[in-house]
Write a protein that binds this ligand. Sequence first.
Ligand SMILES: Cc1cc2nc3c(=O)[nH]c(=O)nc-3n(C[C@H](O)[C@H](O)[C@H](O)COP(=O)(O)O)c2cc1C
Length: 340
Amino acid sequence: MSNRKDDHISLALNQKFINNDFDHVRFVPESLCYTDCSSVDISVNFFDRKLLSPIYINAMSGGSLKSLEVNKKLAKLSKACGFPIATGSISAAIKNEKWKNSFSIVREINRDGLIFANIGITKNFNNVLKAIDILKADAIQIHLNAAQEIIMPEGDRFFSFSKEKIKEITSKIKIPVIVKEVGFGMSKESVSMLYDLGVRNIDISGKGGTNFIKIENHRRETRLESFENHGFSTVESLLDLKNINKKQLNIFASGGIRDAYDIVKALALGAKLVGMSGYFLKLVEENSLEEAIKKAKNLIEDVKNIMAVLNAKSIEELKSKKLIFNQKLLNFINQRKNSH
Ligand SMILES: Cc1cc2nc3c(=O)[nH]c(=O)nc-3n(C[C@H](O)[C@H](O)[C@H](O)COP(=O)(O)O)c2cc1C
């Protein structure tokens, strides 16, 4: 399992986020800018906290020596920038105690931070409790990754208990539960099903960035390349959920977020928080920690500055700004208009 995590890290570092659906979304420009950059407030009240920005470091690391080092850097970055942070799946530490520290180090470094534990839907309820305990987690992410598992040579093949498991977790766990994808997006049908099972926080983690079918294809003998196109992009998922109208439902956007402009677009499309994995992995692996922190702080400033150009002083105001979509996305919107 620790080798698998190292494979994932090195293969993810080699994936390039070049074009994705965020390029097909534009704002109607407001040439007469009447908003000072310093007047833009992107703080978010969430899980009983006031976050400085809606940006969080999404699940990746832990379960090997290499990933211990990555988690140390990510934890320092999250502390310096006030970002919530999720670790990678804690199942490695549950299988082998020696990897516990590669996860708990995040709490040791960022004592007061908002920290999410992470575990797969196929793991049993006791393991969910262990994952929360190892990190003293503020919230738990449950990842759904059947599309990845079936390509992974050693992946899970039993999924029939998923609904019961989600129900058990949402009814018994006292901290917030976030159900997340791992880069294949979510439809409104999936989100409605999860909502009915008690889930109120959903990370749609869509296509457009790290592609785990591609990563697992590199780890198996016969590749299933056409399947790499499976799923909804992050933009498509957000569009699909635009009018879902469910009380107390928080949608987090992640998957292929490349820069501040993508963050602004994801927020305008309805995201409460915006997560980045591949971006932060590259940031801490390709820069000194000081440089990485500086660039992450610039990212926050860039979000505010772009919002000023759009005359949006808050995320709420940003959500009312007009957007233009290209033909490909219009086609998607039309086909999904009448689906339930
Ligand atoms: C190296 C690496 C390891 C990951 N491990 C996990 C994991 O253990 N659990 C999980 O839910 N998602 C995991 N992910 C998926 C991310 O949380 C995210 O959903 C996905 O990478 C899409 O975001 P991105 O395009 O910003 O990378 C991992 C991603 C990367 C890059």
